[in-house]
Structure formats: C-alpha cells, structure tokens
Design a protein. Structure first.
Length: 533
C-alpha cells in the first residue's frame, strides 16, 4: 500500500491570499471576531517576523508598518478546502477528508500512470500552485505517517517503507498533535522529538500515559496502520467572495469575476471536467434606494441578484466565460452596490469531436456564443435565437428559443456543399417571405372572387386565385383571430421602351407575382401576409 498527503500550511492565510493574489509577497495578518474584540487568528511568516502574534488585537496589529490586515472568510476557506479535495480526486478516486487543511490519497497502483511516487507528489504540488496556494506533500506506506510527514516537512517528502521511524524521528513531538496534558508531561520528561518518544519503553509508557501513550508511541515510530475513511466525490463547484466595500462599476466587478472564474476553471480542469452552465449570485447592499426595509430594531436584509449563463458546449476557458458574463451584465445590471459574489458551475465532460482533415470546425461554438451575446446586447434577449413554431393554428405564431449549433453542422455543411456542386435541379423550390407586420392592401371582388389587387401604389390584375381558407380561434382571449386566406397570382403593368421603329414610345408589359393575402374579420381589412419567391 502507498499513500500521499497534501497539507496547506497557514491555511487561513492562504485561503484569503488565494482570493487576492497581490498579497502573496506581503505580510498578512488575519483577524476574526466582532468589533471591537477582533483579534489576530493567523499570520504568515513575514507578518510574524514583523512582530505580529496570534491573539493580538486588531488595533495593535494595525500599528505595524507594511502588514496587510484582512478579515477571516469562512466562504473562502470552504472554497479552498473544496479545491483541495478536487486536486485529490484528480489523481486518485480514494480520498480521506482528514482536516480542513489536509487530505490523504490512496496512490496504490498509480505507478502505472506515473513513473514514481515522487512524480505523483510533484503532480500534486503543481496542481496546488495552479489552484493558488503553496502545499506540502508527503508519501509513505501508511496513512498516518504520510499525514504527519506532510505537516512536518516542507516541499516534497518521500518516505520509503521501513524508514518511517528514522524520517519521523527528526520532527518535534508537537507534530503528533498531543493533548495538552500529555504535552506538558513529555516536556517535563525532556522528550522533545519523535525519536526520543519512540525510544521510550512501551510498557512503562503505557503504565504512565495509558492507551493514548501507546498510540503516540506507535505514531512516532511510523508503525500505526489503519484504513482510510473514504470521502464521497462531489460534482459541485462553487467559489465565493465577500467584499469589504460595495462595487458598482462593471470594470472592477469584471476583475473580481475573472479571479473567481480562474479559480473555478482550475478546479474543473484538475478533475478533467468543464462547465456546462454558470450561475452567479450577487449579494447587494442592504441600504440601497428601493431595497427592502426591515422592522424597527432589526437590520435591513440584503438583496440578491441572480444571473444564469447557459453554454452551447461545456467549457473551462475562464476568459471566454468572463466575456459572456460581461455582455450579459451590460444589458442587465444589478442596480445596487455588490458586497458578495458567489459563482457555481454545473460540471460536465468536455466536448470531444473529430474534425475534418481539410474542413475547419463550423461553426466554432465558443466564438459563435460570443457573437450571439454581442448581438443580444444590441437588439435584446427576446430578439435573438432560433424561431420555433408553437402548438397552435394561429397564423404566424412562433417564439424565439436559444440557438445551439449542432456538433454535426460541419459534416452536414460539407455534405450539402458537395451535393450542391454535383446536383443541378431543373427547378428551384419556392420559398415564402413573410411581411412582419402584414402590409395593408385593397382587393376588388367579382362574383365573390378576387379580381384586382391594389398594393403599394400599384393596381394589378388577378390571374389565378386559390381559396379561401378560413381559420379562427382564441375567442376567449382579448386578441382572437378570424381570417380568410387567398393565394393570388397578380400581374402588375410595367413601362418598357421599344428598341426598333419608335424608340421614344412605350408599351405596357406585365410582371407576375404571387402573394398570400387574407381578410381580417376582426380588423375589417385586407392584408398581405407575404410573397412567394
């Protein structure tokens, strides 16, 4: 058996720095509590060298020059822990959720995919850097040894089987997470390292410290063996961020959204997944104009703003997702300062398609989605998409649905182009162009049949008339319909010059067109629905 453990040192600090990469090279102190009782709960090495200590009040910590003070964020710690689990599941399906800042992986059999255990640890370190933090990784033959070594040694540590006691012996006994009473007892005995603890006789240690002493002695020798408590893999991917000050402009909001999307897409790529849809929730300031008003004695509740983004194909391109979100937010802004952001992704497997050898992918779904989003921003969301007929007999009824390019569009397009090159039909099929809205017209009847059509300032003779087709419905609504439709072939006179004997004279020739007209019994008028081409 072989196991690996990932440990995130200074987890509370790194969870905040992950959301603000600009703090990575600075001294950072994290405070928690309700003002004025805020106290330092964590600090990185630079802040500790500057004099920051845990338990110090926020007021005292603020007097140190060059130290950035941030509030502790439970949402960012939750997201960082979820990302840590995603890294583990990207390598092994068997994970133990040991602590908020550490996990253990079963890496048995992974040497078929990686050349060595050190390569597995290097891969885990690389994924940790991509997700925005610095980790410590250790591998060993049992769970507890890997877990202790990851917390005790920096960088990558590989402990071969049989050398657990020698490797762990250099660590202080505090690495075993001793109870306070046992820690004080060992300190009085002068036991400060795991090697010194492992050298004690087990029987005498059991008489003085009981079963807990035996357990610690086994841990110090790296000889404790136990089974893993397997965590169930989750397919929920979410990132949250709380803001100290409200954000109103789109540019700073886009910067924050881009940071969260980068983190989200890094987690998806680590699991070999992509986002099929994105859900964004903004927490708005409670005291904005028109917001909800709480009863006397209570705080005003925060408003929320939701925005969903459906993708044509699953994607993990954070820059493309940010562009789509920007375009959607430009047309529909929250209308209030934003103090919290939460982004969740519905995971799916990435798109896999085989392109042609000489034909490009057509259309490119990502670029097409950006183009549609830009058009939507100009003409409105309800005016872009694919028209779909409704289940009704009402003439001209349809709705716009979201346009999605089918993956076989390129193949069908190529096949259609080849067929067009090799096939020459005798007559092209007729098409019908609908006028929206229908155009007004006048119709002269003869024996209840159309005889002349006056349309767009021209008078034409009806050569052929088919109809009427009577339709009606929706009598219970405010806009019922009752129509009589005709298909007409109409000849309109046009002036043509003679070219032979009398070039200055003109004669009348006819131009035939085919229309569909109808009589609207509700409006009491004739209208032209469209023309046949």
């Amino acid at each position: 058996m072989a196991f690996a453990s990932i440990f995130v040192p200074q987890f509370i600090v790194q969870a905040v720095v992950r959301a603000e990469p600009g703090l990575r090279e600075q001294a950072v102190a994290i405070v928690d509590g309700n003002p004025p009782l805020c106290r330092v709960v964590a600090a990185n090495e630079k802040a500790q060298r500057a004099g920051i200590e845990c338990g110090m009040s926020k007021l005292n910590a603020g007097q140190f020059t060059g130290v950035e003070i941030r509030a502790r964020s439970a949402a960012q710690e939750k997201s960082t822990h979820a990302a840590l689990l995603d890294i583990g599941w990207s390598v092994s399906p068997r994970i133990e959720d040991s602590a908020p800042d550490a996990i253990v992986l079963d890496i048995s059999g992974l040497t078929f995919l990686f050349p060595s255990e050190e390569a597995i640890a290097a891969r885990l370190m690389e994924l940790s850097r991509e997700c925005g933090w610095t980790a410590q990784v250790a591998t060993a033959a049992n769970v507890d040894t890997a877990w202790i070594a990851a917390r005790g040694f920096r960088g990558i540590t590989v402990i071969p089987a049989g050398r657990e006691a020698k490797m762990l012996g250099r660590l202080p006994v505090a690495a075993l997470f001793l109870p306070l009473e046992i820690s004080e007892t060992l300190h009085r005995w002068g036991i400060h390292t795991c090697a010194a603890l492992a050298a004690l006789p087990m029987e005498e240690l059991s008489e003085r410290l009981g079963q807990e002493g035996v357990r610690l002695h086994t841990l110090a020798r790296g000889a404790r063996s136990r089974s893993m408590a397997i965590a169930e893999a989750e397919n929920t991917f979410a990132e949250e961020m709380e803001l100290d000050d409200g954000v109103e402009d789109l540019e700073p909001l886009s910067f924050l959204l881009g940071r969260l999307l980068d983190q989200l897409c890094a987690r998806l790529r680590a699991r070999a997944l992509a986002a099929a849809s994105i859900r964004v929730r903004f927490e708005l300031e409670a005291t904005f104009e028109g917001g909800p008003v709480a009863p006397v004695g209570q705080k005003n509740p925060r408003g929320t703003y939701h925005r969903d983004l459906q993708l044509p194909v699953p994607s993990s391109d954070s820059k493309m997702l940010l562009k789509l979100l920007r375009l959607r937010l430009q047309g529909d802004t929250p209308g209030a300062p934003i103090v919290g952001i939460a982004i969740a992704a519905e995971a799916a497997h990435p798109r896999a398609m085989q392109g042609g050898l000489f034909l490009p992918s057509f259309p490119d779904p990502e670029k097409l989605e950006l183009t549609i989003a830009r058009i939507t921003h100009v003409v409105g969301e309800n005016n872009v998409g694919t028209p779909a007929l409704l289940d009704t007999h009402r003439p001209g009824e349809f709705q716009m649905r979201r346009f999605v390019a089918r993956p076989d569009a390129a193949e069908k397009s190529a096949a259609g182009s080849c067929a067009a090159e090799n096939h020459f039909p005798d007559a092209a099929a007729a098409s019908f162009r609908i006028f929206r809205p229908a155009l007004p017209a006048q119709l002269e009847l003869r024996d209840q049949r159309p005889a002349r059509l006056i349309f767009q300032g021209q008078r034409g003779e009806v050569l052929t008339a088919s109809g009427p087709w009577r339709t009606s419905g929706d009598w219970w609504r405010e806009d019922p319909w009752d129509q009589d439709e005709w298909d007409l072939e109409v000849r309109f006179p046009t002036a043509v010059k003679r070219e032979k004997a009398r070039p200055d004279s003109v004669e009348k020739a006819g131009e035939c067109r085919r229309y569909r007209i109808y009589y609207d019994a509700v409006r009491k008028s004739w209208l032209v629905r469209g023309i046949y081409d």
